[in-house]
Design a protein around this ligand. Structure first.
Ligand SMILES: NC(=O)c1ccc[n+]([C@@H]2O[C@H](COP(=O)([O-])OP(=O)(O)OC[C@H]3O[C@@H](n4cnc5c(N)ncnc54)[C@H](O)[C@@H]3O)[C@@H](O)[C@H]2O)c1
Length: 429
């Protein structure tokens, strides 16, 4: 049997061992799905605390529960035990807002010395078109292994909507592209047993670009509704009411919601992977830049609305007491990455406000690369709410008691359109 035939047979009879590299928001649920279907999984991460937690059957992600311990290691020399190597490590931007592929390349460089014939390597991290071909393929081939006959190379972007109970890893269709037709065949054989609908595309570049288009589509449309919010505000119209009404159109309109800025690991970051790559082709990604410009100004715009509302009440922002409600980047999750609430907190402190926060999903302000607040989540009681000069509603978690907040807050600045009806103590921003 050829390496391809052996690998296909192991994937089909579930004797294949699945290695997952990077056990975060993407890697961990994927590992659990392979386990659920009956594969043996071996997780790899450089963070020993995650490996230890999994060995104890403990999850470190709020919405993920473990039924039993998950096998994981920090020892990449165990790579030969695995038949499939799925890479789900971060792809952030560096300080010049350019792609930082160091996590992907470090992982691949740690894997390459241990590659053997009959393995499939699938990259899931979001990246620019050409990454798999230009960065991964030469590294794999440096081991004198032929891609397409010894080792198989794929790109299959992750799609996740954390906190959305309607979609699970199994039910979210998955796009797969391979470096060669044999790579695609193996990629389909890898994912079909665990994902209900696998969508083959003609190349890894198409798969890479598909993921970027999805996220650019969101970033641009969120930029549009944020601009609409500013225009509506000036005209005295509630943009949320407008969007709710427009969304009753059964075709040709998709509702996107404005907010205090962009958050999360994907939407504020991924579009700029394309911006960077497009420069190589002498092209400017104008929609991306414009949406980025609008979305990035939102926190300052919100602070402007806060100052205006305080001013009308004869107060200054400086010296005022503020409670930020919800600091995760979106509702019902504990993920703080790129959360606009953090930028709001920093802008408030810079202008002399005393800031506290309340977030049932984030009991302690976490360690972040670029931000620090020595704070823990404040409990919400009638007295505690009334003690603040204003409440800034940054993230609309379902767990908040909005009626209680409205009843006792002196002023609420609502960036999420939670309070539809006009009220003397509610200002929309
Ligand atoms: N979170 C999402 O909703 C989402 C959705 C779609 C796509 N993505 C993409 O998936 C990728 C991973 O995102 P995530 O949210 O899971 O990130 P994450 O930060 O939650 O997890 C990444 C994990 O990789 C580990 N890691 C870092 N370097 C490593 C290395 N050299 N070897 C092994 N492990 C290493 C980290 O310790 C961490 O546990 C990113 O490219 C992201 O853009 C994320």
């Amino acid at each position: 049997m050829t390496p391809r035939e052996k690998l296909l047979a192991k994937l089909a009879d579930k004797s294949a061992v699945i290695g997952i590299y990077g056990l975060g928001y993407v890697g961990l649920p994927l590992a659990l799905r392979f386990i659920e279907v009956g594969y043996q999984v071996l997780g790899f991460d450089i963070d020993k605390s995650k490996v230890d937690a999994l060995a104890q059957g403990r999850s470190y992600i709020e919405h993920i529960r473990l039924q039993k311990p998950v096998r994981a290691t920090t020892d990449f020399s165990r790579t030969p035990e695995c038949d499939a190597l799925i890479v789900c490590v971060p792809t952030p931007l560096n300080k010049f807002r350019e792609p930082d592929l160091s996590f992907v390349l470090n992982t691949v460089d740690a894997i390459v010395p241990w590659l053997r014939p009959g393995q499939v390597l699938s990259l899931e991290s979001t990246t620019y078109p050409g990454t798999t071909d230009e960065e991964l393929k030469p590294r794999v081939e440096s081991r004198k292994l032929k891609v397409g006959s010894d080792v198989f190379l794929c790109f299959s972007p992750e799609r996740e909507d954390p906190g959305n109970p309607e979609f699970a890893t199994r039910t979210i269709p998955k796009v797969v592209g391979g470096t060669t037709p044999a790579c695609l065949e193996v990629g389909l054989a890898l994912y079909r047993p665990v994902i209900e609908k696998v969508v083959p595309v003609s190349s890894t570049r198409v798969a890479e670009m598909t993921k970027l288009l999805e996220n650019i589509h969101r970033a641009v449309n969120i930029g549009l509704v944020n601009e609409m919010k500013i225009i509506c505000d000036r005209m005295g119209i509630d943009v949320h009411e407008v969007i709710r009404a427009a969304a009753t159109k059964p075709f040709g309109f998709v509702a996107y919601w404005p907010g205090p800025g962009l958050g999360g690991h994907c939407i504020p970051i991924d579009p700029f992977y394309l911006t960077w790559k497009a420069r190589e082709y002498g092209l400017h990604t104008r929609f991306i830049e414009l949406a980025g410009e609008i979305n990035r100004t939102m926190p300052e715009w919100v602070i402007g609305k806060v100052m205006e509302a305080l001013n009308e009440r004869g107060k200054a922002l400086k010296g005022s007491r503020c409670l930020v409600l919800g600091i995760a980047y979106k509702k019902n999750v504990d993920d703080m990455r790129e959360s606009p609430a953090v930028e709001l907190m920093e802008l408030l402190v810079k202008r002399g406000a005393q800031v506290e926060y309340s977030d049932p999903h984030v009991p302690l302000f976490p360690k972040m690369r670029a931000h620090h607040f020595d704070l823990k989540s404040s409990a919400l009681t009638p007295e505690s709410i009334a003690a603040f000069d204003f409440v800034l509603l940054a993230t609309n978690h379902d767990a908040f008691d909005y009626a209680l907040i409205k009843k006792h807050a002196r002023l609420i600045v609502d960036t999420r359109g939670v309070y539809l009806d006009p009220a003397a103590n509610v200002v929309k921003a």
